[in-house]
Design a protein around this ligand. Structure first.
Ligand SMILES: [Zn+2]
Length: 646
């Protein structure tokens, strides 16, 4: 993140945390530190759980609420799993920790909760239920146990399985206090609760999932209470809600309305005054609350009474499609959403956000300042890490998460995501068809998207790539042309164009394009791999044409690009020998593995080089070549004058 943005963020945190902080009772005292159970409920709306929920029974959650403090205005920092959890684990908004979407990696520069507790003597264990929180995305740091094991071919596990694991862990003795984080994923799509909940919630299967999850929460808390003799500390919170059609949003991740941002939150345990808290709070304070119980800090703990302007963001449509960045602030009963223009809602009388008070509303100064200063990420933050395998992409896609192909074009007249809800379905369908490599079906969907949103670079590039993969050369080049007009400087456009040429008869045109990409961004794996392959191909062609120098140049380039994966050391060694670059030949030939089908040839060539370089072990090299000779090398060895009398 740029320095000014960092400064702005620290201002936000300062403003948000200002005033009326009361030191909580337990920190600093000599009381023994409690074991702490943090349960995060994925995709759980505030109105689907708790004593006020309609049409659903959640006795386990209600029991925690009855013995602890329930927050009726708790807010996720972002409506997506990894950003929201990263916030709870760092105490920072996404602008602070840099995770705006799933499938990113939380940088190791930010201290996480588990690390802090582990360093202070806690035993730490996590049990997560979705691939979205797998170890590789960076939240495992500081956890002695990080159980993210899923059945083969599955991207999630149900709460009964996760609970079994956590209970088995709780059964083991520990002299030290424990931090246990359990993540449940059941209410995420598809809504398919187990029996008897399927039967009981036939008409509302989403609520059936919530009820099934609550039953597991009951088992988990019973085991935790037994372990801690009821003296433990508990937090139950959702990472975000679910649209269920509100404001046109079926699931979550694209808008900032209450259905996905307003979440359930309860805490119970030492130093918690039971009751209901109606002031808005951010789930970012889960971090501070756990630290407070562990005696490490009390600022911003939910055991205290500090007030804040609660912030939130939904940057996915901005990062993926170049639409307006969206930020949110809640202060008292007022909520504002900034996305190109300002929306405001009086939550007390309009919880459904049906009456937009508009930009004319008089926002409190600290609310406006917080919104204005919330940093907007750079468009490049959209790109998924290049080390994400196809398998990982498939698994994310199976959960409905498919990342952008490119950094978006940032445009002044960018559409507001809330005005584009009619495209959400098509965008999801297109990306998911794309990940499944169903390109022919993706093309009409992409054309429909582009008819509504012609400046959408992601859709344009996907269309170009779909045509390219299907061998529609003219259509592909037309779409690539449009993509470069939209984003003349884009490395993404260059990369995909290079990959396009690499597929076809004009593959040599790909080389200078990909060379430029690799020079400027050496971490772009597809560009590096494709260029490596093309250099091998060029080297082979040069070798056949008798262009020894050209062949050496290409194979050397391939070797730099492919590293340990380079398979043409034999060719390179033979070429060094042929071009009398003797000192370079031994290394190349020595790298040819015994498993290589022409290993006898490598030994033969190596023996020749050894004699020419007058190496003392030349006789042993000749002996090895003779010993391993095959039909081809046997006669070559017998006719080789360098080997006479040796
Ligand atoms: Zn989630």
């Amino acid at each position: 993140m740029a320095r000014p943005a960092l400064l702005a963020l620290s201002l936000i945190v300062a403003t948000a945390a200002c005033s009326r902080e009361q030191p909580s009772t337990a920190s600093g005292s000599k009381t023994p530190r409690p074991s702490i159970l943090l349960v995060t409920l994925d995709t759980t709306r505030a109105d689907s759980v708790g004593p006020d929920a309609q049409d659903v029974a959640t006795p386990a959650f209600n029991a925690v609420a009855a013995r602890g403090r329930r927050f009726t205005q708790a807010y996720a920092a972002a409506p997506e799993t990894l950003p929201s959890h990263s916030t709870m684990m760092t105490g920072l908004y996404p602008a602070g920790h840099g995770i705006h979407e799933n499938a990113r990696y939380l940088a190791t520069t930010y201290p996480v909760l588990a690390e802090k507790l582990q360093q202070s003597g806690y035993r730490t264990a996590a049990f997560v239920s979705s691939f979205v929180l797998a170890r590789r995305f960076g939240l495992a740091r500081g956890f002695e146990v990080y159980d993210d094991e899923l059945a083969v071919g599955s991207s999630e596990r149900t709460s009964n399985l996760t609970t079994d694991r956590a209970i088995a862990y709780l059964a083991k003795a520990s002299a030290e206090p424990q931090l246990i984080w359990v993540h449940y994923f059941d209410p995420h799509t598809p809504y398919a609760p187990p029996q008897p909940f399927l039967q009981q919630y036939q008409r509302k299967p989403y609520l059936g999932e919530v009820a099934a999850m609550d039953a597991q929460l009951s088992r988990l808390i019973a085991a935790f209470d037994a372990r801690t003799a009821g003296a433990g500390a508990l937090i139950v919170v959702a990472d975000h809600g679910e649209g269920l059609g509100d404001h046109g949003e079926a699931q979550h991740g694209t808008l900032l309305y209450q259905s996905t941002m307003h979440v359930p939150l309860v805490i119970a345990g030492p130093g918690v005054t039971p009751g209901v808290m109606t002031a808005p709070v951010s789930t970012r304070r889960v971090f501070h609350t756990v630290l407070d119980w562990a005696g490490l800090a009390s600022q911003d703990s939910l055991r205290g009474t500090s007030e804040e302007v609660v912030l939130g963001e939904a940057m996915k449509p901005f990062l993926e499609y170049g639409w307006q960045p969206q930020t949110m602030a809640v202060d008292g009963g007022l909520k504002a959403i900034s996305a190109g223009k300002l929306e405001a809602y009086a939550l007390g009388s309009d919880a459904g956000e049906a009456r937009n008070l508009g930009s004319g509303v008089n926002l409190p100064a600290r609310m406006r300042t917080s919104l204005d200063e919330y940093p907007i990420p750079s468009p490049g933050a959209a790109r998924a890490p290049e080390n994400l395998s196809d398998e990982a992409k498939q698994r994310l896609a199976s959960l409905g998460y498919v990342g952008a192909t490119s950094a978006p074009v940032v445009r002044k007249d960018a559409p507001r995501p809330a005005d584009m809800v009619h495209l959400f379905g098509a965008l999801e369908t297109a990306s998911s068809l794309f990940v499944q490599e169903r390109y022919a079906e993706a093309i009409p969907v992409l054309q429909k998207i582009l008819a509504s949103d012609p400046y959408n670079l992601d859709a344009t590039l996907r269309l170009a790539t779909a045509h390219s993969t299907l061998g529609h050369d003219a259509e592909a080049l037309a779409a690539f042309g449009q993509a470069s007009r939209l984003a003349p400087q884009s490395q993404d456009v260059r990369t995909y164009l290079g990959l396009h040429y690499a597929r076809g008869k004009d593959w040599q045109r790909a080389i200078p394009i990909l060379e430029r990409v690799v020079t400027e961004s050496p971490d772009r794996v597809p560009a590096v791999e494709t260029l490596g392959r093309l250099q091998v191909r060029t080297g082979g062609a040069a070798m056949e044409a008798g262009d020894t120098e050209g062949a050496v140049r290409s194979f050397e380039a391939a070797r730099r690009l492919q590293g340990a994966a380079f398979k043409n050391d034999l060719e390179l060694g033979v070429l060094y020998l042929a071009s009398r670059r003797l000192p370079e030949a031994p290394d190349a030939l020595d790298r040819v593995p015994p498993s290589h089908q022409d290993y006898p040839m490598a030994l033969f060539k190596r023996a020749q080089v050894s004699v020419l370089l007058k190496e003392p072990d030349a006789p042993a090299r000749i002996a090895a070549a003779r010993q391993h000779a095959d039909a081809t090398t046997r006669s070559l060895i017998e006719r080789e004058s360098l080997f006479r009398n040796r």
